[in-house]
Design a protein around this ligand. Structure first.
Ligand code: HEC
Ligand code: HEC
Length: 396
């Protein structure tokens, strides 16, 4: 329906352009002049008609946040801003030696994570932790609610240690991090000013003379916040059944068993509807002694040692390896760990402790383990990972 509306709208738009502007007759570039579009097309593979980047959170997700995130009267401007953000996100020229972009470590086909335990930055130095997936339904919302609690839903800030509280801040940290892009914001703005396509893209998004640090961060954030996943098999099931504890009609027997096991053993932290996590941060007993103390390294509090962000599990099948250090390569290993490998760390969260206070042993059978993995795989959103509006505009 939304698509139909869009098509109708653009037909009217196109009609108007053909009627009133003879110089644009040959161009299919609804949102650019012919010469702007020619210039952009020298380096970029952008559509002449803007993609729609407003986020529609479906009704089966948290009803508090239904509706579009963008004021309808601002939609054209917002789509220009997200389009600029898309180019910046994939532009390797934003790193010190032109080799790495956000998209190098946040890969669309990997659920916007990276299939390496640690990722290489611009000069071969590796990141300290495993790249986190982008494109969870609530990502855009996390920006404004970082580290808060409401209605039983918890949201951690960004990064495994919960230390960053806005998308803009996270973006700046990636640009400046010597193990990631290794730039200063000043140099980055100079770099952007020297590239012809940005002249056009910034003008469309922000107006004349608006290439500056704040707008670079705003544009990238607008793009990242628009990446949202809500068309997985799980979403279809939830949408049809609404009650998350009932068997889903579109699930196999195994997927439904996996869902029950997950709802009984995992959802108290990761959440059953995959719109919000229930706990923001926790220790899940990976080790008795941690090399990386996570949140504890930031706060210095004893109770935060070995405590990490509870990650979203959307697209988890694609985003391995798993955990903050990428120690597990497969979901089978993750499930084995929860079944019989949880360690009794001092800060181990109560959800993972048995009645005796020691680390709980879930002792899943092989059939149960396979079912849990089958369930986790229903969280894969093929639409999001194929969606052209989130893909690189460079090349081809
Ligand atoms: C060299 C690899 C690399 C590059 C380049 C990179 N990232 Fe990341 N990103 C990571 C890693 C690793 C983490 C986890 C960091 C941590 O927890 O300490 C992360 C975390 C994030 C998060 C937090 C997600 C969450 O759920 O908490 C966001 C958002 C993000 N990156 C966006 C970006 C953007 C935008 C860019 C480009 C400006 C970028 N990243 C560039 C590796 C990278
Ligand atoms: C006490 C809260 C808690 C419970 C219960 C819990 N988890 Fe986790 N889970 C976490 C935390 C915290 C992490 C990140 C830990 C780290 O990297 O140090 C995590 C990480 C994961 C990851 C890796 C995610 C990624 O992006 O790398 C998967 C997969 C996962 N959990 C699945 C499960 C499953 C399946 C269950 C139930 C069998 C479960 N979890 C139960 C807290 C929990």
């Amino acid at each position: 329906m939304q698509l139909n509306k869009l098509v109708n709208l653009s037909a009217i738009f196109l009609g108007a352009v053909i009627l009133f502007s003879s110089c644009q007759k040959e161009s299919t570039a609804v949102n650019y002049t012919a010469s702007e579009f020619d210039e952009l097309s020298k380096s970029l593979n952008l559509p002449g008609e803007l993609h729609n980047y407003s986020i529609e959170i479906p009704t089966h997700n948290n009803p508090m946040f239904n509706g579009s995130s963008i004021d309808p009267s601002q939609i054209n401007r917002a789509n220009h801003t997200a389009t600029l953000g898309r180019v910046l996100f994939y532009d390797e020229l934003l790193s010190r030696n032109g080799t790495v972009s956000c998209g190098s470590c946040h890969v669309q086909t990997a659920g916007f994570a990276h299939n390496e335990a640690l990722s290489e930055g611009f000069d071969g130095e590796t990141t300290v932790r495993n790249s986190l997936a982008l494109g969870t339904t609530a990502m855009g919302l996390t920006t404004s609610y970082g580290s808060s609690n409401f209605g039983g839903a918890a949201l951690a800030g960004f990064s495994w240690d919960d230390s960053i509280h806005s998308m803009e801040e996270q973006t700046q940290a990636a640009i400046e991090n010597p193990a990631e892009m290794g730039m200063t914001m000043e140099d980055m703005v100079e770099r952007v000013k020297s590239i012809a396509y940005y002249d056009i893209l910034f003008r469309k998004a922000f107006g004349e003379d608006e290439i500056n640090e704040a707008n670079v961060l705003t544009a990238i954030s607008q793009f990242v916040n628009a990446i949202s996943s809500n068309e997985s098999k799980f979403d279809e099931g939830l949408n049809e059944n609404f009650k998350v504890d009932d068997d889903f009609t579109n699930f196999t027997v195994s997927e439904n068993l996996g869902k029950t096991l997950y709802n009984n053993n995992c959802s108290s932290c990761h959440g059953s509807r995959h719109d919000f996590t229930v706990k923001a941060v926790a220790n899940n007993g990976l080790d008795q002694v941690y090399v990386d103390q996570g949140k504890g390294a930031i706060t210095g509090n004893f109770s935060d040692m070995g405590v990490f962000k509870v990650p979203f599990l959307r697209n988890i099948e694609l985003s391995g390896p798993y955990m903050h250090d990428g120690r597990f390569s497969t979901l089978e290993e993750v499930v084995d760990f929860y079944s019989e490998g949880v360690k009794s760390h001092t800060n181990l969260s109560f959800e993972l402790r048995g009645n005796n206070g020691e680390a709980k042993r879930m002792n899943f059978s092989d059939n149960e383990k396979n079912s849990l993995v089958a369930y986790l795989e229903t969280l894969t959103d093929e639409e999001m990972i194929r969606d052209e509006k989130f893909a690189t505009p460079f090349g081809e």
